[in-house]
Design a protein around this ligand. Sequence first.
Ligand SMILES: NC(=O)c1ccc[n+]([C@@H]2O[C@H](COP(=O)([O-])OP(=O)(O)OC[C@H]3O[C@@H](n4cnc5c(N)ncnc54)[C@H](OP(=O)(O)O)[C@@H]3O)[C@@H](O)[C@H]2O)c1
Length: 282
Amino acid sequence: MDYKLGLIGHPIGHSLSPWIHAQFLDLAGLDGEYKLYEGDHQQLPKVLKHLKQEELDGFNVTVPYKQVIVDFLDEIDEDAKVLGAVNTVVSVNGKWKGYSTDGAGYIRSLTEPFPNLLNKNTSVLLLGAGGAARGIYRALIQQQIGRVDIANRSANKAEQLIASMRLPDIDSQVLSFQEAEEQLANYDLIIQTTSVGMKPHIAKQVISLANLSADAVVSDIVYQPIMTQLLQDASARGAAIHHGHAMLLYQGQLAFEKWTGHTLEINHLVDELEKKLRGENN
Ligand SMILES: NC(=O)c1ccc[n+]([C@@H]2O[C@H](COP(=O)([O-])OP(=O)(O)OC[C@H]3O[C@@H](n4cnc5c(N)ncnc54)[C@H](OP(=O)(O)O)[C@@H]3O)[C@@H](O)[C@H]2O)c1
């Protein structure tokens, strides 16, 4: 079977997904292609009609269509429904079902290098309350992590995020960045999900790590640059670090699994993707 896969979004010219899924097809020994389908808001219905006619097996959805795509689906997975966002669509007999693989992909990317990190005693600080934070927060809570607190520039968004998850027994506090800095030593894992530190503003970091525990893991989902200011700082303080491009790869692995049924061993590709990102962008 020749898999027909792709990505919709705008702009997507520099997307790494075609490279990632070409590696996955290769690893799985499958034939297929992963194409970019770009269009602005006005063109979106036409682009989606084209995907239906082409009988794609599945496609990814990226910015700015992760929310609006919901209106074009036949079915939506429960987690994606609660998140209000879809990044993966699977076509079965022409019917489209939407999923969100960001949160679960993030967890996979983290537990691969740190298999014992997440358990009921783990204390997590999530920095940010945007779209990516929502998926990661939900996936963490589903892992029954001891505590997940959120610090965000706009406190109301963090409050809304927690309230919208419809999960019982959540032990989460909303903190200001200043409070997060002061209480940093209490956390085993700090996950940076804001866009702060992203190219071209690479000298920025969202909070100071002065009170970081040397046993903590610091994770930054920003992957351009690979080594953000926050990760450099964490590393200099002796903490272990986790990079954003690993999440990119594993959310793709999960999408590929939904499309093809193949669960691939992809850990070696984390370094390959890093080389590619450094070669092209850094
Ligand atoms: N590695 C991956 O696979 C992956 C996947 C998805 C996203 N990402 C990256 O994650 C980042 C966030 O993406 P998103 O989709 O969640 O974006 P989003 O929904 O727009 O959320 C942006 C977040 O950043 C915060 N923020 C923005 N500017 C800030 C500033 N100057 N100071 C403090 N906080 C600031 C926002 O705070 P407010 O609520 O106060 O506005 C919000 O929490 C992007 O860099 C994106 O490239 C990576």
